[in-house]
Design a protein around this ligand. Sequence first.
Ligand code: SF4
Ligand code: ZN
Ligand code: ZN
Length: 308
Amino acid sequence: MNSCTKCGNTHIIIRRKQSGQSLCKECFLASINEKVLKNIRKYKLIEKGDKVLMALSGGKDSVVALNILNSLKERNIIDLTALTIDEGIKGYREEGIKIAAKNAQKLGVDHKIVSFKDYLGLNLDDMMAKNDQIRHACTYCGVFRRWILNREAQEEEATKIATGHNLDDETQSIIMNYLEGNINNLVRIGPKTEAPDKRFTVKIKPLREIPEKEVGLYAVAAGLKVHLSGCPYAGESFRWEIGSFIKELSINHPTIMYSTLKGFEKIKTALKKEITIKGNLGVCKRCGEPAADDLCKACTFLKDWDVK
Ligand code: SF4
Ligand code: ZN
Ligand code: ZN
């Protein structure tokens, strides 16, 4: 009978095809905690005294990341707060907010909820009703979320913004930017954002090397309550297409996401010598945030809709 490679327990919950390892619940949870904390040290994602703002949607990734980062808070290494952004997606976001709040409360982590509506004057559903379907909902959602996250991080005087990006997300970003020829964006992908401007709070991705499936298994094994529904706007985006393609490939090639990430890390070193990341940006004339042009991306969209 198959038993845990680490402790011999016969009740195993995972067989890792890529390494041949079998693990019981306790050893699996410990292996993920160790890997995440090891990466935090390796890439210097967090330093003692950091004030970390966790972008908490209530989904499995951000809830698992919050729980692991909380172990650093409990050891008085960091200060941790959580922020949930309500994009205004009817029938979907409400449940995620409740679950996010419960998780933060359970851990005793300060939690703030802000909305697109309060910040921007309209929610994502309103935007999609106004939009002539020129852009996908995720484009607006991503731009405005990053904009709000950065503003909130500045207001909270956070030194790091943590997001729940996992290995699947990171591999998708690499392939997407490569296929779209966005080489400038490609060189910025990493465990810690190399922000083009000091006025952007550094973003960190503690779960970057953990496959999505294992993040899900961690949530179940640790008994965490997470928001499982999918966003109604998620399907059919380019990211979704790439994600499905990589998942399909992973069936017969279980190490493909790791090798994509590791291969990219090697190319990135060479690419960085060729591509200079722009220095400090200008200031957006409308909102005062850093911007490459007269207006930042968020204000360019808002101006089109004539939102004050
Ligand atoms: Fe926003 Fe797209 Fe994610 Fe939905 S799937 S929450 S629209 S980024
Ligand atoms: Zn074990
Ligand atoms: Zn702006």
